[in-house]
Design a protein around this ligand. Structure first.
Ligand code: FE2
Length: 406
């Protein structure tokens, strides 16, 4: 039986007595109930964008990531483009709303926040996890008071019918979906009519040809981690909730005192490489905004959440360790992409001696999501150095103010 509680703890962030009491209880009960065995890794990520934005976003992703355009699922209210690397890494389901006036629960979540509302449909919806028995997993989770959309509402929300979706989390506002796939099977989404759109194919080929021409195609690896920002007071609940819904374990939390923030990491319990099932990272301010006026500490994480709502902040892709033309791969990739007019928020930070180098892109004009690149050197297994995270958080905060919340 998988043991979710036997992993060494990393990090220095102090958790509450509540968290330290309930974490082992929650994981032990999850193991005992069979949920840890029945729930696998991340099969797909779901992102929604505004009408007309998916084609150029696919060109951007074709250039900046290893993803390929596979097919489009044409359903009542969305075009859902399936982007894939292979069966060993999660798909991206990129949903474009057909009609700008369309309104659903996901749009309502954006409408609550001043910057999020500027792109009312654009948001990360959540992950779909693989299960061996979808209905049994959902029944067990419902007994544990987790809530799911009824089948009728899935059709109304225009979501794949072979996936069970939780209601959006009160802490992260993301959903978790469950679907089945045989060990040798390909992923199939029961969702509308399957078509290949020439405009999408052309945009994909444009991005991919550029990636090949720049010589960066073999340097950019699958997703390493997904980073979600939540309100300060929801940090521990968001972690416990995700651990209850997934088969991940708690890796540990780092206090980034410079930025009044912490980075909290969960990883897949089967210890598969992140390329197979990315780590899930939760970032939260150390103190809620309502006391900022007393200590005057920087609070970029809480400010982001107040402007956009709790949501995914960035998708981190690994960069293959190595050098070309005397440059680390990450610098080669960033220089090549910058020359195509795509912006980054700062220079690459970190070094071979520190174990890793990282950078944030500017937020995408099409999804508002940031791409992080991370190159680890040798056998370095950490997620960051404290100094890197402080600089990345600060740089992102400069772009995410109310004035420039594009
Ligand atoms: Fe990150």
């Amino acid at each position: 039986m998988l043991q979710s509680t036997s992993h060494p703890r990393q990090g220095d962030k102090q958790n509450s007595a509540f968290f330290e009491t309930y974490l082992p209880r929650l994981l032990a009960e999850r193991d005992r109930s069979g949920l840890t065995e029945m729930i696998g890794g991340i099969e797909a990520l779901m992102i929604t964008v505004e009408p007309g934005n998916s084609v150029e976003y696919i060109a951007e992703l074709a250039l900046m990531t290893p993803y390929h355009y596979l097919v489009t699922l044409d359903s009542a209210r969305h075009l859902t483009h399936v982007l894939r690397i292979d069966m060993n890494s999660p798909d991206i389901l990129l949903r474009e709303v057909k009609d700008a006036s369309y309104s659903d629960i996901f749009r309502h979540l954006n409408d609550l926040y001043p910057v999020g509302a500027r792109r009312p449909h654009s948001r990360y919806l959540g992950e779909i996890l693989r299960t061996t028995n979808r209905h049994e997993v959902v029944a067990l989770q419902q007994q544990r008071e987790f809530r799911f959309f009824p089948v009728g509402q899935l059709a109304e929300l225009d979501l794949p019918l072979n996936v069970s979706f939780s209601k959006p989390s009160p802490y992260t506002q993301n959903m978790v979906g469950y679907m089945e796939r045989p060990s040798d099977g390909i992923r199939v989404y029961q969702h509308g009519e399957c078509v290949i759109l020439p405009t999408v194919q052309a945009a994909y080929e444009r991005g991919k040809e550029m990636q090949e021409r720049l010589g960066i195609a073999d340097m950019i690896l699958p997703i390493d981690h997904l980073a979600t920002r939540v309100y300060s007071q929801n940090r521990e609940a968001a972690l416990l909730e995700y651990l209850a819904l997934s088969s991940y374990y708690y890796w540990g939390s780092y206090d980034i005192k410079d930025q009044n923030s912490s980075t909290n990491v969960t990883k897949n319990v089967r210890l598969q490489p992140e390329s197979t099932s990315p780590a899930k990272v939760f970032t939260a301010n150390n103190q809620p905004y309502c006391v900022n006026h007393l200590d005057l500490l920087p609070s970029p994480t809480e400010t982001f959440v107040r402007n956009y709502g709790p949501r995914l902040h960035h998708i981190a892709l690994a960069v293959k360790d190595g050098q070309r033309n005397g440059k680390e791969h990450i610098d080669f990739v960033v220089d090549a992409i910058t020359a195509q007019g795509k912006g980054f928020l700062l220079d690459t930070i970190g070094s071979r001696e520190e174990g890793l180098k990282q950078i944030f892109s500017s937020a995408s004009d099409f999804s508002s999501l940031i791409i992080e690149y991370v190159q680890r050197f040798g056998d370095f297994e950490g997620f960051f150095t404290r100094d890197n995270v402080a600089q990345l958080t600060f740089a992102a905060g400069l772009q995410e103010g109310m004035g420039q919340g594009s």
